[in-house]
Design a protein around this ligand. Structure first.
Ligand code: TPP
Ligand code: SF4
Ligand code: MG
Length: 200
């Protein structure tokens, strides 16, 4: 984490604190140098993480970190390239990129901070919001069933696909380490705490 940035734009108890710490520890324990790491995010609460991390990176467009990260990896295959988005970005607007990255086996790590809602825009329902959940966009309860992200990415050809809870930090860190050493496309769905909007 950048030491000079001590004011994170996050709610207290946000799961992104845990995901960020696990990622930082994983990179440190694998001795991956900061100048060899590129961290690409999209847009959303999670996306600020690339600004808060001491390495190369960019905060791109909602749904588009995977194509950006793919380009970086193609140009500089020796770099460790991490892409991150929320559930809205990964499984909504950017779903096509995720499935094709899995199908093409692009050697990057894509982490989804899955808080089951569009948090930055104040909590609308996403593709992973459970049925009956009350959100800003489903005041009577969500009527649409969510899909299962792990099954979805596996069906596209993803061979390293994991689902981990943010609070299980040791498991999360070890899973990130495993994914960073995987020689193909790796996807981690992190079940993320969002005390402001996820109340189910
Ligand atoms: C192309 C585009 N459409 C819509 C938006 C508005 N927008 C900004 S953040 C966001 C929701 C993000 O939700 P998610 O990807 O789940 O990330 P979270 O905030 O939950 O971490 C939306 C819809 C945008 N920035 N760009
Ligand atoms: S709205 Fe949710 S995801 Fe966004 S900072 Fe707050 S707790 Fe975290
Ligand atoms: Mg979200």
């Amino acid at each position: 984490m950048r030491t000079q940035l001590n004011k994170f734009q996050r709610c207290p108890w946000c799961g992104n604190f845990l995901i960020h710490l696990a990622l930082k520890q994983a990179l440190e324990e694998l001795h991956i140098p900061k100048h060899m790491t590129v961290f690409i995010t999209g847009i959303g609460c999670n996306a600020k993480m690339s600004q808060y991390t001491e390495c190369y990176g960019a905060e791109t467009l909602h749904g588009r970190p995977i194509p950006f990260a793919t380009g970086v990896k193609l140009a500089r295959p020796e770099l460790t390239v991490i892409s991150m988005e929320g559930d809205g970005g990964s499984y909504g607007i950017g779903l096509g990129h995720l499935l094709h990255a899995a199908r093409r086996n692009v050697p990057i790590l894509h982490i989804t901070c899955d808080n089951e809602n569009y948090a930055l825009t104040t909590g609308q329902a996403s593709a992973t919001t459970p049925q009956a959940a009350i959100t800003k966009s489903t005041p009577q309860g969500n009527t649409i069933p969510p899909f299962h992200p792990v099954h979805l990415v596996e069906s596209a050809g993803g061979s390293f696909v994991r689902m981990v809870k943010d609070k299980e930090m040791q498991t999360l860190k070890e899973t990130i380490k495993e994914a960073l050493q995987f020689p193909g496309f790796a996807h981690i769905n992190v079940q993320q705490t969002c005390p402001s909007w996820k109340r189910w």
